[in-house]
Design a protein around this ligand. Structure first.
Ligand SMILES: *Cc1c(COP(=O)(O)O)cnc(C)c1O
Length: 396
């Protein structure tokens, strides 16, 4: 929970000061509490702490002051009551999906998912008796059709990876409420700044903090945000006893990342919009998908639920895999990497990397062709990036 005084802060202020736990030394920057355990003044104090009669830390698998600061700062940003930080984005997704479900429950998920998310829903969950139906999430009618009497959870990512489809979160949340299911939104591509799933009616939001929140390619991390009751009932014991906890050092790195998140996301989105417009005019390009452009397939939903475009661009090159590979290889500033949200511009060919495990049909359904590349725009000068891209297109 955030302090009362912190509630009125704008995001930029919360991201610098929110959740700070200053020690007796009065340090300016957040301290890294690199400790496993905590000592007690007496045996009685230990007993009271374990009984929950006095506040305080017990063991860093349960909670840690640096991790606590990161969770509180994320709550302030997201407008959530409570949060649990995790060792990676996938630990967040897996925990958020599995903890609220039991054998015999059913999931409906949008089929355009990050590869590992899709594996959790499609392969892992069924091993424990939780069935899943994957739908084209852009049409709300498909969610209605997939609902069964035992549907307990909806899961979606928006914008999606890599084709940047945008799903109407408020419409899916409304249906979830009607049938008594929970909606979990993976909000990584939008970042916490450009889309607020909880305000749109979602129940749980998850992030890979590895992406824009670190934003400088250093460490893995994740976070789950929801109301306190849901977290107490579904995550509290699971986190204590199974240990997907975030390292205090990584929490500190992510806290530093949060301080500059608005500056970075704003700059990267501005550059991405310029590059998307440039690409749309190029003869080598069959199609550019960019939330924020008027020709985006769900431009009306983008306008309603997102406050900005994206730091990512989906590009379909004419000339298939050969052209896509030649283009990537000719880039000098933009690096070939499957990560995203980094200060460095990164490009990836989903069909042969992040989405290689899907069948050809599944890839075609998602609109991932042999000529599709995903560009994550970094903090370099936008003009330099355009020059690099133009030269590489000509060379390819
Ligand atoms: C990267 C990513 C994840 C997984 O995060 P890790 O930190 O790599 O475990 C989950 N969902 C989306 C949309 C992602 O981009």
């Amino acid at each position: 929970m955030t302090h009362d005084a912190e509630r009125d802060w704008k995001p930029a202020t919360s991201l610098v000061h929110g959740g700070t736990l200053r020690s007796d030394h009065g340090e300016t920057s957040e301290a890294i509490f690199l400790t496993q355990g905590y000592v007690y003044e007496s045996a009685e104090a230990a007993e009271a702490r374990f009984k929950g009669e006095t506040p305080g830390f017990i063991y860093s698998r349960y909670a840690n002051p640096t991790v606590d600061m990161f969770e509180k700062r994320m709550c302030a940003l997201e407008g959530a009551e409570d949060a649990r930080a995790t060792s990676s984005g996938m630990a967040a997704v897996t925990s958020a999906i599995l903890c609220g479900l039991r054998a015999g429950d059913h999931i409906v998920a949008a089929r355009a998912l990050f590869g590992s998310c899709r594996w959790v829903v499609e392969t892992l969950a069924p091993r424990y008796g939780i069935e899943a139906t994957l739908v084209d999430g852009t049409d709300i009618a498909n969610w209605h059709k997939a609902v069964r009497p035992n549907t307990k959870l909806f899961f979606l990512e928006s914008p999606t990876n890599p084709t940047l489809e945008v799903i109407d979160i408020a419409a899916v949340a409304k249906l979830a409420n009607e049938i008594g299911a929970r909606l979990v939104v993976d909000n990584v591509f939008a970042t916490p700044l450009q889309q607020k799933p909880l305000q749109l009616g979602a129940h749980v939001v998850v992030y890979s903090a590895t992406k824009h929140i670190d934003g400088q390619g250093r460490c893995l991390g994740g976070v789950i945000l929801s109301d306190k009751k849901w977290i107490d009932e579904n995550l509290h014991d699971y986190f204590r006893h199974t240990g997907p906890s975030l390292s205090p050092f990584n929490a500190w790195t992510l806290l530093k990342g949060l301080e500059t998140l608005p500056l970075r996301v704003r700059q990267q989105t501005e550059s991405a919009a310029k590059i998307a417009d440039f690409l749309a005019e190029r003869p080598e390009i069959a199609r550019v998908i960019y939330p924020g452009r008027a020709d985006h397939p769900q431009a009306d939903v983008v306008k309603r639920q997102m406050s900005g475009g994206s730091t990512l661009i989906c590009i379909e090159l004419k000339g298939g895999k050969k052209a896509a590979f030649a283009f990537q290889n000719a880039l000098k500033i933009v690096l070939i990497s499957n990560n995203l949200g980094d200060a460095k511009s990164l490009i990836t060919h989903p069909a042969t990397t992040t989405h290689k495990n899907l069948t050809d049909e599944a890839r075609a359904e998602l609109g991932i062709g042999p000529g599709t590349v995903r560009l994550s725009v970094g903090l370099e000068d936008a003009g330099d990036l355009v020059t690099d891209i133009e030269r590489a297109l000509k060379a390819a």
